[in-house]
Design a protein. Structure first.
Length: 516
């Protein structure tokens, strides 16, 4: 009997067989552009032993599967639920250490004794989790399915006798008493027959001669868990004296070599996906930043987000003790494309990354870094960020840009999300505008969602699907960036004029200083 009748398979996937879709070994191409590689590395580092990165490489394309994960994540936000899962995970970690120790050792009885401990630890972990889930009255489909699975599993023929068998074997070994007589290089082992333990009498006799602190000449034994050949030889002799107890040990280990249930073992790893991300999010929540469970639609493309932030950037700023700027944005039908312009270093690229991060994390079933979010369930996500020119391929930067964008446009669908950052910056403004309009026309015709960060204000009012977002500056000092994005027409020249006025470099100021 491998799995309980309720059919629970995975805490990450609601449908049987979907767990085969994950983990995905390679990160998607857009991870680096959006800073998702930094986010996932930081999350996975909290549970390094579970190798969680691949779970974050496989997005979900089904609203019900996303809702399944959100339900589990919401319940794991409860401290009592997290503590219960944490206690289970700690016990399973101990079990793995015991199994690993058994594999390292050489002598059969020693290996079996460590293996027996691993079985006992496993039994305690499973039974404890089953009790905790009943007590917590979990309601999410994932944890409810696990609770039902465990309830049936602990009563199954495969598991129910196991704790008692382990306890009986350990009791039989603990009851063994024997004597050793050592003469030179010879060791004789015999059954204990009520012989007097003279060690207590000797200690009592010499206790009266103790005067203050004295040197301790007793032999110090190594803490190394493995036996040496002498100890192993003695144990073999003891086994000959008490064959029943050691036959029971042999039989228990042989009969339960595959005691570890596949679904429970998979749960032990998969649940860390939730716990690691929650732990990461908690570090920002303590600083006043909000996460929310987004509403997702596979049909409606009108999106609305409040108080969103770049999670990768926030991590870096938090380490430097700096605050995070949050932004609001929305699209209403027929709007589909954000064209982001404004001064350099004003938060334009950060906005583009945030847009992509929100959509991708939402499609993993995770809470997203925002106070409120309504997003689109995309089919594919594409990014085009500036790359260093590769002199090895003998192509110019413009040709590389055109090739990459052509590849995106050939693969994108109406359900795709495209994030572009500073396209065609390597050519003249006139050519860049002409090429940019061609790209915008293709994306608009596709009806795909898009963010386009650009220095070309001409694209900001391309058609009715285009929304202009401008990175704002301080009203009193235009050289100071606020890192906030405002939904308004592009007016890039005003920044240059404002900065020129601040430093008295306008035509009027210069005219006053120049002597006719």
């Amino acid at each position: 009997m491998n799995e309980a009748p309720c059919g629970f398979r995975s805490i990450l996937f609601p449908r049987p067989g979907d767990e085969a879709l994950s983990p995905a070994p390679e990160a998607p191409d857009f991870f680096h552009d959006l800073g998702l590689d930094l986010i996932i590395a930081a999350v996975a580092a909290r549970r390094a032993e579970y190798r969680l990165e691949p779970f974050f490489h496989a997005r979900l394309d089904d609203l019900d599967a996303i809702a399944y994960r959100q339900e589990v994540m919401r319940e794991l936000e409860r401290e009592d639920a997290r503590q219960a899962i944490g206690a289970f995970a700690e016990a399973m970690r101990t079990m793995r250490e015991q199994r690993a120790q058994a594999e390292k050792l050489h002598y059969p009885y020693e290996k079996e004794r460590w293996f027996l401990d691993a079985i006992e630890t496993y039994c305690g972990a499973v039974a404890g989790l089953a009790r905790d889930l009943e007590r917590l009255a979990v309601r999410s489909r994932g944890l409810s399915g696990l609770r039902q699975y465990l309830s049936q599993y602990v009563q199954s023929a495969r598991f129910a006798p196991l704790p008692g068998q382990v306890e009986a074997v350990k009791a039989g070994l603990a009851a063994i008493r024997y004597c050793m007589r050592i003469h030179g290089n010879a060791v004789v082992v015999s059954r204990y027959d009520g012989e007097i333990d003279y060690s207590a009498a000797v200690e009592e006799t010499f206790a009266k001669f103790r005067q203050g602190a004295v040197s301790d000449y007793r032999v110090k034994y190594s803490d190394w868990p493995g036996m040496n050949h002498v100890e192993a030889g003695i144990l073999d002799l003891v086994a000959q004296l008490e064959p029943e107890a050691f036959r029971a040990l042999d039989a228990c280990c042989a009969d339960h070599r595959d005691y570890l249930d596949p679904a429970i073992e998979r749960f032990d790893r998969e649940v860390q996906f939730y716990l690691a991300f929650l732990e990461h999010a908690d570090t920002f929540r303590r600083g006043g930043l909000e996460f929310c469970y987004p509403q997702l639609s596979g049909e409606r493309k009108d999106i609305e987000v409040r108080a969103a932030f770049d999670l990768a950037l926030a991590d870096r700023l938090a380490r430097d003790g700096l605050s995070v700027v949050r932004n609001d944005f929305f699209l209403r039908d027929p709007e589909r494309i954000f064209v982001v312009s404004g001064p350099n270093q004003g938060g334009k690229t950060t906005f583009a990354r945030t847009f992509g991060q929100l959509h991708y994390l939402a499609c993993l079933g995770l809470p997203v870094p925002a106070a409120q979010a309504r997003l689109f369930l995309f089919d594919r996500l594409f990014t085009h960020f500036e790359r260093e020119e590769d002199i090895a391929n003998l192509h110019g930067k413009l040709q590389d840009d055109l090739t990459r964008i052509r590849r995106i446009l050939d693969r994108a669908t109406p359900a795709s999300v495209v994030v572009m950052n500073e396209i065609f910056s390597s050519t003249t403004l006139e050519d860049a505008v002409w090429l940019g309009r061609k790209v915008m026309a293709r994306i608009s015709a596709l009806d795909a969602l898009c963010v386009c960060v650009t220095f070309m204000d001409e694209l900001a009012s391309f058609d009715e699907k285009t929304v202009s977002m401008v990175s704002a500056v301080d009203a009193e000092d235009p050289t100071v960036r606020t890192f906030r994005l405002e939904r308004r027409p592009a007016d890039g020249l005003s920044y240059a004029l404002a900065i020129a006025a601040k430093y008295r470099l306008t035509a009027a100021w210069i005219g006053q200083r120049v002597t006719p």
